[in-house]
Design a protein around this ligand. Structure first.
Ligand SMILES: Cc1cc2nc3c(=O)[nH]c(=O)nc-3n(C[C@H](O)[C@H](O)[C@H](O)COP(=O)(O)OP(=O)(O)OC[C@H]3O[C@@H](n4cnc5c(N)ncnc54)[C@H](O)[C@@H]3O)c2cc1C
Ligand SMILES: *[C@@H]1O[C@H](CO)[C@@H](O)[C@H](O)[C@H]1NC(C)=O
Ligand SMILES: *[C@@H]1O[C@H](CO)[C@@H](O)[C@H](O)[C@H]1NC(C)=O
Ligand SMILES: *[C@@H]1O[C@H](CO)[C@@H](O)[C@H](O)[C@H]1NC(C)=O
Length: 514
């Protein structure tokens, strides 16, 4: 064994008896893994490969850890696991975008975040286009878990922007997988759930930087539920019903319809910067107090939805150069700043003030969008008939997003599946976050309603789960909706990359890969 492997093996042996929990971005009380023997802060791709080789020899399990931006206890299996943190493996190199070209490419290492890459590219007149997620999330973690933005017109799965990737397999060897829809290795790697190995480097497509506008309209619920939903989304570069997305406000019976598209860079001097998650301490305390009381009193939730709806009707943007609030739609600015943005300098993310959430996210064929939303409305109304008022308890409402069809084995927007549903027009995602009370048993007001919504949708629709925004129960129940042939072909690739199954996690177990 190389000295480093010996060192790692020793550490594994000495710390395994005191396994500990590892947490999501929400911190203590929000475990993503229950049985972590050690967290290794990786320093390079070679260093990660050495740790994997040592773990494979000692029979330990391994999972990559990015920025912890996942919701539930589904990162690992429940057996001893070494976590390899990618945060410091974050080099950006080989930007290739010749003047006048429509697109080019760049290599990023696993731990590079959207934030870091956006800054790097903007300074060099480039952007990644629409294959985006929120700011403090790693490319490795997003590609592994099938993360996406919202668009029916443009590719919006992060993986759709990937041209090639280097994966550290279960023996610690680095394998390059290049985009090729005729190759099962690519189709598995494209959404791998980290089960093929640690994604170490990614080659991404880039584009010349653009300015974009953001606009928002408020719609009556009936105009969406009975409307041409496809037609409201497909014309735009990115659009949805929430903020960097657009929300549904079920108590107010309103939707916010947010949409974006490009404008000539020289047409505006404005540099709008969006914030979706930052709040002041005062706002956070007020919201937490109100929503905690909403665990018992629905009137508090009704008031909260009124306030959030009002806040969300105004642009959640500031002018980047002056940090001044922008008060009118449309808002203009550079691609990444407008589509995603980040935190305002004088504020923190809501979860840093103890505002934590539960969530559920399912994808449906967009051809079933009206039927699905109406079914959810029926479920809300059934509660109302019993005298129970249900609301959105999340600051940015119920997120409704969309995804252009993109073919791979485990992606949420794949098509040609055995369910016979028409996924070729793309998908609508129902993302139902809700406040997790900080008090008592942490259950929500009328807790069983949330489970009823999940179970009804999973049983009545050919819907698929987002891979980091659902509970183990939701993965268990929705596994029946996945294409058996895709699962079989994925498993065959998994067995070639990781014959010992060192990268297994609970999702892979539920899907029958072990
Ligand atoms: C505030 C917030 C906003 C979000 N916005 C969006 C959104 O707009 N769209 C969307 O689709 N999702 C969104 N997400 C979900 C997020 O994109 C995913 O959970 C993503 O996987 C998190 O990446 P991470 O770097 O934080 O990884 P972690 O949370 O650390 O890890 C997530 C999973 O990926 C695995 N993993 C991490 N890195 C690698 C790697 N290099 N190789 C192999 N496996 C790896 C881990 O083992 C784990 O199973 C959001 C989450 C939060 C908290
Ligand atoms: C990003 O995540 C890291 C944890 O990995 C955290 O320390 C940091 O504060 C976060 N940054 C922002 C801007 O939220
Ligand atoms: C952790 O995993 C080990 C071995 O895989 C097992 O014996 C132990 O019971 C697990 N501990 C917990 C807390 O799950
Ligand atoms: C903006 O740029 C375009 C193309 O580069 C050019 O044709 C146009 O005249 C410019 N407009 C202004 C207002 O400068």
């Amino acid at each position: 064994m190389a000295p480093i492997s010996l060192l790692v093996a020793t550490l594994l042996a000495t710390t395994a008896s005191s396994a500990f929990e590892y947490n999501t971005f929400d911190g203590p009380g929000f475990p993503s893994c229950y049985n972590v023997s050690r967290v290794h802060d990786a320093t390079s791709v070679d260093d990660m490969a050495a740790v994997v080789r040592a773990a494979a020899q000692s029979g330990s399990r391994v999972r990559a850890a990015g920025k912890g931006h996942m919701w539930y206890d589904t990162q690992c299996s429940d057996d001893w696991t070494v976590l390899v943190r990618t945060e410091n493996v974050a080099r950006i190199s080989d930007l290739d975008l010749p003047a006048g070209a429509d697109s080019g490419s760049v290599w990023v290492e696993a731990g590079v975040t959207f934030f870091q890459l956006a800054g790097y590219l903007h300074a060099r007149g480039a952007s990644v286009g629409y294959t985006l997620t929120n700011w403090n999330i790693s490319f490795g973690g997003s590609v592994a878990m099938g993360a996406h933005r919202s668009s029916l017109r443009e590719d919006s799965m992060v993986a759709a922007g990937v041209l090639a990737m280097d994966i550290i397999d279960g023996r610690g060897e680095v394998r390059r997988v290049v985009r090729d829809e005729g190759n099962d290795e690519w189709l598995a790697a494209s959404t791998s759930l980290g089960l093929l190995g640690i994604i170490a480097r990614i080659k991404l497509r880039v584009y010349p930087d653009t300015k974009v506008y953001a606009k928002q309209a408020t719609l009556d619920e009936k105009d969406v539920l009975d409307g041409d939903i496809y037609g409201m989304i497909a014309p735009y570069a990115t659009a949805n019903f929430w903020a960097s997305n657009s929300p549904w406000w079920p108590y107010k019976r309103k939707f916010h319809h947010r949409y974006y598209d490009t404008v000539p860079a020289n047409s505006t001097a404005q540099e709008g910067f969006q914030n979706t998650f930052s709040v002041t301490e005062l706002e956070a305390i007020a919201a937490r107090t109100m929503l905690d009381s909403g665990k018992y009193l629905p009137t508090s939730n009704m008031l909260a939805e009124e306030i959030f709806f009002g806040l969300w009707s105004k642009p959640n943007f500031r002018e980047k150069t002056t940090n001044k609030e922008i008060k009118e739609w449309p808002v203009y600015g550079w691609n990444y700043d407008v589509l995603i943005g980040g935190l305002y300098p004088d504020q923190k993310a809501e979860w840093e003030y103890g505002l934590a959430g539960y969530t559920l996210e399912l994808a449906f064929p967009v051809t079933m969008a009206n039927k699905m939303l109406k079914r959810v409305r029926q479920l809300f109304d059934a509660e109302l008939k019993k005298g129970i008022v249900m609301t959105s308890t999340y600051r940015s409402g119920i997120n409704i997003k969309f995804g252009k069809a993109y073919f791979d084995f485990l992606g949420q927007v794949t098509y040609n599946t055995a369910d016979g549903a028409d996924w070729s027009k793309g998908a609508i995602m129902f993302d139902f976050p809700s406040f997790r009370p900080t008090v008592g048993d942490h259950k929500r007001f009328n807790e069983q309603f949330y489970h009823k919504v999940a179970n009804t949708l999973i049983d009545e629709f050919p819907c698929r789960p987002h891979w980091t925004k659902n509970t183990r129960e939701v993965f268990d129940r929705s596994a029946k909706n996945l294409d058996p042939d895709h699962l079989r072909r994925f498993k065959a690739v998994r067995e070639r990359f990781d014959p010992q199954g060192i990268y297994r996690n609970v999702i892979g177990e539920i899907l029958g890969f072990y």
